[in-house]
Design a protein around this ligand. Structure first.
Ligand SMILES: Nc1nc2c(ncn2[C@@H]2O[C@H](COP(=O)(O)OP(=O)(O)OP(=O)(O)O)[C@@H](O)[C@H]2O)c(=O)[nH]1
Length: 334
């Protein structure tokens, strides 16, 4: 079975609403990146050095990351030689399959939940990346799965952060545990953990301040928060998710690298994928960091946070190629 047929079958088993979300959320990347690739494939009649050079430039322009692009082009060259491919359009399924291969392995990870009792999830990331919005969306997601959710307003540093979280709490219908602005985030966590236990909460989602510019302070603050959490729930936090803004491209990668293993990150959330034409950043992150992208933000609405799925991602980008190849197969009776 051809790669596109397999991908289409895999997608047909998934919720249509999710497939549509990925398609809508990746419209910008599709319009710029995929159209440029299409233009290249139809304009160039043969696969020569100029062709590879232009493809390399397009991939780098989509933030796929230089090292990954070089490797991808090398693999593509080998495939072209092996299969004796002459026509660029024959590369459509090959390139799509290579991109999926680069992304695979990170989507089955889901959220790590406590086997019983309270699950604690911590969100870290610099100001403005979409942390509060992500917490609100995740609260909505978990609530709609029947979970009892509580939020902890641990960003006591940024003006307005507590109010913003409260606004999301109201919107989603979930309580927020807070203290005054400027108070000790570890004290907020302590209150929140006690409230969560006494109210029989399933998942506690904790906001933190995004003072990445001062790494030492940030680590001290995080370690203090971890100590408080572990005293109350020994196996917690179950997840420490770093929130990154996809529109900042390679900067997002740099931010992630500032957190070393000691910060205990368990996964990434990549927000605002809908706001960038450079969705290739997902590939770069997957290749350059050890951490899985667990969720992606595909819009500003409550249900626009989706578990990352590499099949959905590549399908959303290349659905036109899939439809074309289907027509072609019908014509040739394959
Ligand atoms: N288009 C789009 N916008 C998003 C997404 N996620 C967040 N935003 C927007 O990004 C902006 C910043 O989000 P916030 O949640 O305020 O950012 P934050 O990280 O909480 O900021 P701090 O509290 O300072 O750390 C808001 O206008 C959000 O609506 C997304 O997936 N897509």
């Amino acid at each position: 079975m051809s790669f596109f047929k397999r991908l289409k079958e895999a997608i047909s088993t998934k919720a249509e609403a999710v497939t549509n979300k990925f398609k809508e959320g990746l419209a910008k990347t599709r319009d710029v990146f995929v159209e440029r690739v299409e233009d290249l494939f139809s304009r160039r009649k043969k696969i020569d050095e100029d062709f590879y050079e232009e493809l390399e430039e397009i991939l780098i322009g989509a933030d796929v990351g230089v090292n990954t692009v070089l490797k991808l082009i090398e693999d593509l060259r080998a495939e072209v030689r092996k299969r004796k491919i002459e026509n660029p359009s024959e590369l459509q399924p090959i390139l799509s399959e290579m991109l999926i291969a680069l992304l695979k392995g990170q989507e089955q990870t889901g959220l790590r939940m406590a086997e019983s009792g309270l699950t604690v999830i911590l969100f870290v990331g610099v100001n403005g990346v979409g942390k509060t919005t992500t917490i609100g969306k995740m609260a909505h997601m978990l609530k709609s799965q029947g979970k009892k959710v509580l939020l902890a307003a641990g960003d006591t540093f940024r003006a307005g952060a507590i109010e913003q979280l409260e606004e999301w709490g109201r919107r989603v219908g979930v309580d927020v545990i807070k203290q005054q602005a400027g108070s000790d985030p570890a004290a907020v966590m302590y209150d929140a953990l006690h409230a969560a236990k006494s109210r029989g909460v399933d998942v506690l989602l904790c906001d933190t301040a995004g003072r990445l510019q001062n790494k030492v302070n940030l680590m001290e603050e995080l370690n203090k928060i971890y100590r408080v959490i572990r005293r109350e729930v020994p196996e917690a936090p179950h997840e420490v998710l770093l929130v990154l803004d996809a529109t900042t491209g390679q900067n997002a990668l740099q931010q992630a690298k500032l957190f070393d293993e000691k910060s205990g990150l368990s996964g990434l959330v990549l927000t605002k994928l809908d706001g960038t034409a450079k969705g290739g950043i997902v590939v770069a992150i997957r290749q350059e960091l050890e951490l899985p992208v667990k969720f992606v933000g595909l819009g500003e609405k409550m249900d626009d946070l989706q578990a990352f799925d590499s099949d959905q991602f590549v399908h959303a980008l290349f659905s036109k190629w899939i439809a074309e190849s289907e027509k072609e197969e019908e014509k040739t009776g394959q």
